[in-house]
Design a protein around this ligand. Structure first.
Ligand SMILES: Nc1nc2c(ncn2[C@@H]2O[C@H](COP(=O)(O)OP(=O)(O)OP(=O)(O)O)[C@@H](O)[C@H]2O)c(=O)[nH]1
Ligand SMILES: [Mg+2]
Length: 496
């Protein structure tokens, strides 16, 4: 099997300097562009370098560090031969470093630890090393065999040593063209380019692609007439381990899927027809009955859509379900608004995209919300707020008791536990029940009643107007004097 250049994934916690490092490696001699944007997609770039007197090539995959993009990091690592696990020497090991490391372990990807930002005032590489050692990762020269290096992407210190280390490390492994399913590569990203239509970024792993071929990914096909490299230049011939952007797909292909090559359009379309289109489950079900929020989701890329799905699933409150009724790459269209409108309370959610004029007009006319967010943070914040709001209105319509908070006996915010005194205004309170804390018009917290006490005796429930009692509650949010505790119906008892 012929050897091919290595594919290197740059992974790690948000803001630890992955994109800047990727640029510094790639452009060892040229000026850095202003980095610092939150990366929201996968990016694949070619590195040309000389190592031990010969010209070498590698493909570097930049991945986002934000927690919402775990799946993008996973895709990146799946095709990588080695990983650069970036750890900021200012911050050391963090949550997404850990999460990413777990993927590296699962896939058994060889990795190099790269301590970034060594030029800054806050940098402390010794502390950063300690944070890595604490994970049981035994670094070279410190009793172990895991290669590591400190770099500054800003001053360039350590960058050429890192490039050497990359080739030194990859040369230990046999990196060959070893696809066994007959495919030529993997799709790493898909988007819609306003000028050339649906495009896919493919990394070729075996054989080659030339401009007279056709490709198929799942049931999506494209001719190879318009192929561009990572610098936007037109190419006609692509060899293994090279990333290439292919324009002209008929439908949006799925990321992570294998790419097959054909000599004629007819062969490609016939194969596409017989390709089983596995309809993915689109509903993000939180497992509880209750309110459903219908969404039409749009993003400029296929991975963006998955990010939206993950973001909304992660924030869904108990009893709230986000149901994705349509997902598509590109701008929000009139048809999207029509579909959202046909659902009770349906909304359009766009991440990193825009809405066309007709869509906006229809949305205004029909009072259908279109929410467009440039970052996944805002998607998460919006979904969180919406699901809390829905939960609030749902439960406040079905309350089984109400009491005013008249004393705070004990506060343990670190454990989210409070012991409060309350006076019933109506209904009843039960041990084990969920309660909401209302402050004015808003919900300040949601808790579970761990224990109830009246006249120094434990009770299972308390009812009756003006009854005073104490309760120990644990949950989320806060509670203060003059708040109202609202006893909530048991969601599992009710069908909605
Ligand atoms: N001084 C200094 N600043 C750096 C260095 N590397 C990165 N930075 C800065 O750190 C910030 C974050 O860098 P990015 O490269 O965008 O971080 P990232 O890991 O790609 O972030 P995400 O893609 O959002 O996960 C930017 O403001 C960079 O300019 C470095 O070596 N030295
Ligand atoms: Mg980045």
């Amino acid at each position: 099997m012929p050897a091919r250049p290595p594919i290197i994934a740059v992974v790690g916690h948000i803001d630890h300097g992955k994109s800047t490092l990727q640029q510094a490696i790639r452009n060892a001699n040229t000026e850095l562009k202003e980095a610092g944007d939150i990366t929201q997609h996968i990016g694949a770039y070619e590195l040309h370098a000389s190592y031990e007197g010969s010209e070498r090539r590698a493909t570097i995959i930049d991945t986002p560090g934000h927690e919402a993009f775990l799946h993008v990091r996973e895709h990146g690592l799946e095709i990588a031969d080695i990983a650069l696990l970036v750890v900021s020497s200012e911050e050391g090991w963090k949550e997404q470093t850990q999460e990413t490391y777990e993927v590296i372990q699962k896939l058994k990807t060889p990795f190099i630890i790269v301590f970034t930002k060594i030029d800054t005032e806050k940098a402390n590489i010794e502390t950063a090393k300690q944070s890595v050692l604490k994970q049981g990762i035994l670094l070279e020269q410190l009793g172990g065999s895991i290669p590591w290096i400190g770099v500054s992407s800003t001053t360039g210190e350590g960058v050429s040593d890192l490039i050497d280390l990359i080739f030194l490390t990859t040369d230990v492994y046999e990196i060959v063209e070893d696809r066994t399913d007959g495919s030529v590569g993997t799709l790493v990203e898909a988007d819609i380019d306003p000028k050339v239509g649906i495009t896919g970024t493919v990394i070729v792993l075996q054989g080659s692609l030339t401009s007279d071929h056709y490709v198929r990914i799942g049931s999506s096909t494209a001719p190879l007439r318009i192929m561009t490299n990572d610098r936007g230049k037109k190419v006609t011939d692509v060899v293994p381990s090279t990333p290439v952007r292919i324009a002209g797909f008929d439908t949006v292909p799925a990321i992570g899927a294998p790419v097959f090559r054909y000599d004629s359009r007819k062969d490609a379309t016939e194969a596409a027809k017989s390709a089983v289109s596995k309809k993915q489950q689109r509903t993000v079900d939180t497992g509880e009955r209750g309110r459903t929020i219908s969404l039409v989701i749009r993003s400029d890329t296929a991975s963006g859509l998955t990010s939206i799905e993950r973001a909304v699933a992660a924030v869904a409150e108990e009893g709230i379900t986000f149901s994705i009724v349509k997902r598509a790459v590109g701008q929000v269209t009139e048809e999207d608004v029509r579909i959202a409108k046909s659902q009770d309370g349906g909304q359009v959610l766009g991440f990193h995209t825009t809405a066309d004029q007709r869509a906006k007009r229809l949305a205004e006319r029909t009072d259908t919300p279109i929410h467009l967010f440039p970052t996944i943070y805002e998607v998460t914040a919006w979904a969180k707020e919406l699901s809390q709001e829905k939960r609030g209105t749902y439960e406040l319509q079905n309350v089984t008791g109400e009491a005013s908070i008249i004393r705070i006996f004990e506060e343990q915010p670190a454990q989210n536990t409070y012991i409060v005194g309350a006076q019933v205004t109506e209904g009843s309170f039960k041990k084990g029940q969920s309660i909401a804390i209302k402050r004015g018009e808003s919900i300040a917290g949601q808790f579970v009643v761990e224990s109830l006490e009246q006249r120094n005796k434990e009770q299972d429930s308390v009812s009756g107007e003006k009854q005073q009692f104490a309760m120990r509650i644990k949950g989320e949010g806060s509670v203060a004097l003059q708040d109202t505790a609202v006893a909530l119906p048991d969601l599992t008892d009710k069908s909605s």
